[in-house]
Design a protein around this ligand. Structure first.
Ligand code: PGA
Length: 254
């Protein structure tokens, strides 16, 4: 079966409630422009319920995702959000190990791994982010860095679970910088990741896993990325805050 492409909007810590509702309504209304593409919106946690209600009200199949969670079901973890809570407000996806979580909040591969397992146990689809920094790329360490991140973040997952995971390759130097990886640079790493997944599980499982590219994806560069055989969608930051841009990108993956 061919892979269903998946385009997710990572709104990060942006918008307010009214604008979140407005953007979700616009994406839901225009969803048909990217028919066949799985679409996901990841608003800030406090707006998950609002966005979920807007999507449900529009009878939309656009999915709801969180930007982070803790790997515990409940308890004394001030300021954190549990996987069942995300499910409770209608989430089907959760972004894990985004580079901002890794660099600003010290998330390790081990933490991402625990979160991925907890997400899957709760019935959520984890979108697991990996990617090298500029210094690592310039030092020729891209493959080594991404290999460690993929292997350690996804360690111990059963083949059935692995098949459900979405991997997002996001070179850190391309995030929010306007510097997109060339389609060839991205494809090279995506192919590497698919090879790693084949080792972790099997070639059949690896062939099912969606691998998104992220980092300065815009409507005008999405088509050339989408044309690559191992790029199955996009994780979009800045451009996901405008319905026109988000749908323009999604359309490229249809
Ligand atoms: P960007 O962010 O599209 O603004 O570069 C991507 C991301 O951080 O997921």
């Amino acid at each position: 079966m061919p892979r269903t492409t998946i385009v997710a909007g990572n709104w990060k810590m942006n918008l307010d409630r009214a604008r979140a509702r407005e953007l979700a309504a616009a994406v839901a209304a225009r969803r048909g422009e990217a028919a066949g593409v799985e679409l996901v919106l990841c608003p800030p946690a406090v707006y998950l319920e609002t966005v979920g209600a807007t999507l449900a009200g529009a009878k939309s199949d656009v999915g709801l995702g969180a930007q982070n969670m803790l790997d515990k079901p409940s308890g004394a973890f001030t300021g954190e959000v549990a996987p069942p809570m995300l499910v409770d407000v209608g989430c089907r996806y959760v972004i894990l190990g985004h580079s901002e979580r890794r660099t600003l909040f010290g998330e390790t591969d081990a933490a991402v791994n625990a979160k991925a397992k907890a997400a899957l146990a709760a019935g959520l689809v984890p979108i697991v982010c990996v990617g090298e920094t500029l210094a690592e790329r310039e030092a020729g360490k891209t493959a080594a860095v991404v290999t460690t991140q993929v292997q350690d973040s996804l360690a111990g997952l059963s083949p059935t679970d692995l098949e459900k995971v979405v991997v997002a390759y996001e070179p850190v130097w391309a995030i929010g910088t306007g510097k997109v990886a060339t389609p060839e640079q991205a494809q090279e790493v995506h192919a590497l990741i698919r090879g790693l997944l084949a080792h972790l599980a099997s070639p059949a499982v690896a062939a099912q896993v969606r691998i998104q590219y992220g980092g300065s994806v815009k409507p005008d560069n999405a088509a050339s990325l989408a044309a690559q055989p191992d790029i199955d969608g996009a994780l979009v930051g800045g451009a996901s805050l405008k319905a026109d841009d988000f749908l323009g990108i999604a359309k490229a993956f249809a």
